[in-house]
Design a protein around this ligand. Structure first.
Ligand code: 13P
Ligand code: SF4
Length: 367
């Protein structure tokens, strides 16, 4: 394949009259099986259609671990490309087409704050024997490494329950970061009462908790949240059901406790897709997850007479997932065709080894 002698940068490409689809396909063809493109369900359609494999965080991390391709181009967010780097072989290269595609929830926890929490908790508890640290996969590699080195584990929205069960078998308490909602929603469904799940405010000494609160807690939940899923409110469900009483409500567990309590089903993006795919023709769904996925479900199932609606009245998309656009994907691929790796994501070997430990514990117990 011949590409431009000079490959334009993504910003310039975005302003050009370019047939992105055709050029992305040509670059993919030129790279053949040296390349795999992984696409998260929240990716915009113009990018998603080029993915060789799509999935939720768990499925994509398995694809990354099993891939033989030299280049893993991750159409998702930063922590996903880090996981691909950690789980793939050293000679494979993980790439994020736009380095500014982060995750605001992942950024709500960092190593300094988690280590401080661990130190402060150790003033009240024998942390190494009493607390299992669990990080949601939406977190930086050094937090996964922290879990790896303290007998902890990673979870995704698909396997959170299995991971919490495993964790409680190790030690009696869990420190769960960064998403309080996934922790609370999963813990509650396992029978842990709300009063035994306390919120650790990482800006306050001792997380803003008394010694008594820490001692009686089974789960200590980091005060993090997803800015997209926090937009869904219980009143959105009430208003929609008042209009369409036959509606079935399905939400991602990053949504608030009140929204999940009012939902008929709660689960990962993969679970949401499967549940709607398996539903009866003519059914009506109110969906509490990111807009690009809900729009795709609407398009995909409308011919079966299924009605798929977005939960919030306002547009709430994951703006960082949206940063992966055709200009960035094309720029990445055409550089690879020219033999140049751009936007490589690589995790330092010692950190990667500890993070891999926590990820492999998760993969070993995942359904
Ligand atoms: P899933 O693993 O369910 O796809 O969720 C990832 C995510 O970032 C949801 O906000
Ligand atoms: Fe992060 Fe929320 Fe975007 Fe998922 S939807 S990547 S949790 S900001």
């Amino acid at each position: 394949m011949t590409t431009n002698a000079v490959i334009l940068d993504p910003m310039t490409l975005a302003g050009e009259e370019i047939d992105f689809d055709t050029r992305i396909r040509a670059a993919k063809q030129a790279l053949g099986d040296r390349l795999v493109i992984l696409g998260h369900h929240y990716q915009r359609e113009e990018v998603f259609r080029h993915a060789d494999f799509s999935g939720d965080s768990l499925r994509l991390s398995r694809e990354a671990a099993n891939s033989k391709a030299e280049y893993i181009v991750f159409c998702g967010v930063h922590f996903m490309a880090e996981v691909a780097d950690i789980l793939s072989r050293p000679e494979q290269v993980s790439i994020l087409p736009d380095l500014s595609a982060g995750c605001s929830m992942a950024d709500m926890a960092n190593l300094a704050k988690v280590e401080r929490a661990w130190r402060e908790l150790s003033q009240v508890l024998d942390v190494e024997n009493e607390v299992t640290p669990v990080t949601y996969i939406n977190s930086a590699a050094d937090l996964k490494a922290f879990c790896g080195s303290h007998g902890g584990i990673v979870c995704t929205s698909t396997n959170a329950r299995h991971v919490l069960e495993w964790s409680f078998n190790q030690r009696e308490k869990i420190l769960f970061f960064p998403d309080q909602h996934l922790g609370r929603n999963t813990g509650y469904r396992m029978g842990i009462p709300l009063e035994q799940m306390v919120v650790w405010d990482y800006d306050l000494p001792m997380g803003g908790l008394s010694e008594e609160q820490i001692r009686q807690a089974r789960m200590i939940l980091w005060k993090g949240f997803c800015s997209v899923h926090q937009m869904f409110r219980p009143e959105h469900i009430d208003q929609f059901r008042a209009r369409y009483p036959e509606t079935q409500v399905i939400s991602h567990p990053e949504s608030s406790f009140e929204v999940c309590q009012k939902s008929d089903y709660v689960g990962s993006t993969e679970f949401i897709i499967k549940t709607i795919a398996d539903s009866a023709p003519g059914s009506r769904w109110l969906v509490g997850t990111e807009l690009n996925l809900v729009n795709r479900l609407h398009q995909q199932f409308q011919h079966q007479g299924k009605n798929v609606h977005f939960m919030a009245p306002t547009v709430c998309m994951c703006s960082t997932m949206f940063r992966i656009d055709p200009p960035h994907l094309l720029w990445t691929l055409e550089n690879l065709v020219e033999g140049k790796v751009v936007n490589r994501i690589s995790v330092a070997p010692e950190e990667a080894a500890l993070a891999r430990l926590a990820l492999e514990r998760m993969l070993a117990i995942s359904p």
